[in-house]
Design a protein around this ligand. Structure first.
Ligand code: NDP
Ligand code: HSE
Length: 437
């Protein structure tokens, strides 16, 4: 099997290392040796340490490499939409098999790749695109195909989990934790993709598409990142017996006419410390899958980093190579359900709202009236002196309100109206609460 490797950065270098270290075992498992036909990069002269590979294999001509007749499998670990889409569509149409870790491309235009694979007859595998080393996509697209998945909840971005865990455990600052995650090779080339939730949204789209047999694109996912989560939010969550995680939630539902829909969202949320996802720290990922017959399943492991991601890439390389030798291809994309995407306003959530309010009679009544007008039921109210200072009557007070479950649109309208009250000096933070706190 001749492999074209596109990209030799954090993930690509570990793919090369594993191919070298495991070559005899891989050949025995596949029934043929794996050979690197070429490695496409941007800068040939870049220092790649003591990589065990012939330096003459490097090229800056990815298309030329893909088009070579002696290439069977194309491994793409470059990232981004273009030129990766052009390369992979070309490879798939030419009948090559493709293994990619590129969640951004799959979520933006997975249809183009699936259609090209169907046209060319090769395989399209992308286990590494979601949750790094964790075997997750294959269970969704094979093991659970006899069941009906109802909900997928997960922590699918290692960088943001690393940052939030550091803020929670050591009180580390946001910028400092992001710098460390980048040095460890977890972050995307542009870490905005991580901290603003784009990376998790892309993964959520891929998970929802596989779990619910429909096409969900990144643009269908409601997305919020972690840049507005403050040290005060983290402390407030602790005080409630909770922690803050960037969650991806994909769930079945129904519209007003009873037609089945799917809702997919990514946002920071408070979850109780007793929740199984609360103990997922560092750059680890975990995904909770709920299915009618299987019940609850949890997948856990390293969600980012060169070696863990290369493990998933190599697993796919073995699978597609075996298929090619046997003259078969994996089942094609299953998108028959064609479900409509539910607007975020219809999602049922709870909110934790911190307000800085005037400390005088009637304030609580006015605030409670806003919730009542939007039909949002309050679960708990906690009032303390402003800034957590000494008790006693002051000019301002901190008010923390946690609601019962309500439609997200009603909660958002409540917050909008609160912001307009003159007795509300500021809405210090608004966080959703998930998982039974
Ligand atoms: P890096 O930025 O470390 O590496 C990117 C590689 O692509 C580099 O070798 C670079 O070349 C090469 N490259 C960039 N542009 C071009 C171009 N136009 N032509 C040819 N080569 C090019 O990225 P990662 O290894 O971290 O990530 C790769 C992919 O894997 C991305 O899709 C990412 O989302 C995904 N992924 C990453 C994970 C991680 O933990 N890092 C985990 C899971 C998925 P050069 O070396 O010369 O600069
Ligand atoms: N930047 C991604 C993360 C890499 O932090 O999870 C793994 O997909």
């Amino acid at each position: 099997m001749r492999l074209a490797l596109l990209g030799c950065g954090t993930v690509g270098q570990e793919v090369v290392r594993l191919l070298h270290e495991q070559s005899a075992d891989l050949a025995a498992r596949i029934g043929a040796p794996l050979e690197i036909a070429g490695i496409a990069v941007r800068r040939i002269g870049r220092d790649r340490g003591d990589l065990p590979v012939d330096p003459t294999l490097f090229t800056t001509d990815p298309l030329g490499l893909i088009k070579r007749d002696d290439v069977d499998v194309v491994i793409e670990v470059v990232g981004g939409i273009e030129p990766a889409r052009t390369w992979l569509v070309e490879a798939l149409r030419a009948g090559k098999s493709v293994v990619t870790a590129n969640k951004a491309l799959l979520a933006e235009d997975g249809a183009a790749l699936h259609d090209a694979a169907a046209e060319g007859g090769g395989d399209l595998y992308y286990e590494a695109s979601v949750a790094g080393a964790i075997p997750l996509l294959r269970p969704l697209r094979e093991s659970l195909h006899g069941d009906r998945i109802t909900r997928v909840t997960g922590i699918v971005n290692g960088t943001t989990n690393f940052i939030l865990s550091a803020m929670d455990a050591t009180g580390a600052g946001f910028a400092e934790a992001l710098e460390e995650a980048t040095e460890l090779g977890y972050a995307e080339a542009d870490p905005t993709a991580d901290v603003e939730g784009f990376d998790a949204a892309a993964k959520a789209a891929i998970l929802a598409s596989l779990a619910f047999h429909t096409r969900v694109a990144a643009a269908d996912v409601h997305r919020e990142g972690i840049t507005e989560v403050t040290a005060a939010d983290v402390a407030s969550a602790r005080a409630m017996g909770c922690t803050i995680k960037l969650l991806c939630i994909a769930a079945r539902g129904a519209d007003a006419a009873g037609r089945e829909t799917v809702g997919v969202r990514v946002h920071p949320a408070m979850i109780p410390l007793t929740h199984p996802l609360a103990s997922v720290g560092d750059a680890f990922n975990a995904v909770f899958v709920e299915a009618d017959a299987a019940g609850q399943l949890m997948f856990y492991g390293r969600g980012a980093g060169g070696a863990p991601t290369a493990s998933a890439v190599l697993g796919d390389v073995v699978a597609v190579s075996r298929n090619r030798l046997a003259g078969v291809r994996a089942a094609s994309e299953s998108a028959y359900a064609d479900l409509a995407v539910r607007p975020m306003g219809e999602a049922l959530t709870r909110y934790h709202i911190s307000l800085d309010v005037a400390d005088r009679p009637g304030v609580l009544e006015a605030v409670a009236g806003v919730f009542a007008r939007h039909d949002v039921s309050i679960a708990t109210v906690r009032q303390g002196p402003a800034g957590g200072g000494p008790a006693g009557r002051g000019d301002d007070a901190d008010l923390v309100i946690v609601t019962h479950v309500a439609p997200d649109a009603a909660l958002a309208a409540t917050v909008r109206e609160l912001r307009g009250l003159d007795i509300v000096r500021s809405v210090a933070s608004v966080l959703r609460v998930e998982g039974g706190a």
